[in-house]
Design a protein around this ligand. Structure first.
Ligand code: GLY
Length: 368
């Protein structure tokens, strides 16, 4: 088992990573759970695939789990979903000093985290991420939110969990497409700040995607350690350091918007292609060697992720994609910060990117 510390003044916590953690959850959870009754907010898919294992382990440890099932999919991160969940938590008698378990992927983690941020002005929660994407990204760092008619994640709060249990056994039942989408966020840590990790993934990415135990645990632990360092440095995304985690997300957001935030393009797939576009745009600006941009593209392609715009078959032009970027929540006083690259492992935040130039670049990419 790997243990990563997220060091935050007064709110430090650990991320435990390894196989069969649920079977040993008694020892890790007991210091947080003061009562026998334990509220568990569970994604319906995770509940079907891994619920018996978690519930059995909680019962074996002497707890009495009460389950609130959340339908799979982004639609659950809504005002209605939040109201239903907070009403249920209140009916369960959850107090400020209690902890709620969030069992599932990013949807359940974000929704539960936000509910716990506002319930009685803040109660505790513990993340039990069941997807690769949630284990390496969304369960760590305290970003919580719901979606509104105006867009994704526009209403939320920073609220850190008290513990993250990333049980890698849950990934055994994850569909391969979801594995690949999560792997895009793993690659992201190499591309943005760790060239040696990028090299390692070139050699071991196939083993990670095949869920080989040691490679999988190392990839997750290295990713979480990178995220923990960044979050400890810039918890609320004010200095620009945490914004580096948005590598590939601005292009990716435009692609998700154009495909209607649907199953046509998963978030991780959009981030993968967004990273290729960031790299190629950086090369076009003369910031990054063309050979490095090509290497990033090859890694993404090798993982079975979309690596070129024509692969998506979009019927739009660059101006339309750039227009989606204007609605990006990172817009700041009329400018949109972009994460660009000076090398593999050397991302930086550019604040002077002209969206017109991005649109012209995208026009070229759409016919490449
Ligand atoms: N997923 C980006 C962040 O946590 O900042």
């Amino acid at each position: 088992m790997a243990v990563i510390d997220v060091a935050l003044a007064g709110r430090s916590y650990q991320v435990l990573i390894g196989p069969a953690l649920y079977e040993r959850c008694g020892e890790s959870l007991r210091r947080f759970l003061r009562k026998q009754a334990v509220p568990v907010v569970a994604d319906a898919g995770a509940l079907a695939a891994q619920g018996p294992r978690l519930i059995g382990a909680l019962e074996a440890a002497g707890f009495a789990p009460a389950i609130f099932e959340v339908p799979a999919g982004e639609a659950s991160k809504s005002w209605e979903g939040l109201a239903r969940l907070t009403d249920w938590l209140l009916a369960q008698g959850v107090e400020r000093g209690d902890h709620v378990l969030a069992f599932g992927g990013g949807v359940v983690g974000d929704l539960t985290g936000f509910a716990c941020a506002i319930l009685k002005r803040g109660c505790g929660f513990i993340q039990l991420p069941t997807t690769l994407l949630a284990q390496v990204d969304s369960s760590v760092g305290g970003k919580t939110a719901i979606n509104t008619v105006a867009g994704k994640n526009l209403v939320g709060a920073f609220h850190q969990p008290s513990l993250v249990l990333a049980d890698t056994t849950t990934l055994a039942t994850l569909p391969q497409r979801e594995m690949r989408a999560g792997y895009a966020e793993v690659l992201k840590y190499g591309v943005l700040g760790d060239a040696a990790f990028f090299d390692w993934l070139e050699a071991h990415g196939a083993a990670v995607l095949a869920r080989e135990g040691a490679a999988l645990e190392q990839a997750i632990a290295t990713s979480v350690a990178a995220k923990a360092r960044i979050v400890a440095e810039d918890e609320r995304e004010t200095t620009g350091t945490r914004a580096l985690l948005n590598l590939g997300h601005t292009f990716g957001h435009a692609l998700e918007a154009e495909t209607g935030f649907s199953d046509r393009l998963l978030h991780g797939e959009a981030v993968a292609l967004g990273m290729v576009l960031s790299a190629r745009y950086s090369a076009r600006l003369g910031l990054l060697a063309g050979a490095d941009a090509a290497r990033i593209g090859r890694s993404i392609e090798a993982a079975g992720l979309p690596a070129t715009l024509p692969a998506l078959g979009l019927a739009c032009d660059g101006a339309r994609l750039a227009q989606h970027m204007r609605h990006d929540k990172k817009m700041d006083a009329g400018t949109l910060p972009f994460v660009l690259l000076r090398g593999i492992g050397a991302a930086f935040l550019a604040r002077d990117v002209a969206l017109g130039d991005v649109a012209a670049f995208l026009d070229e990419e759409l016919v490449r």
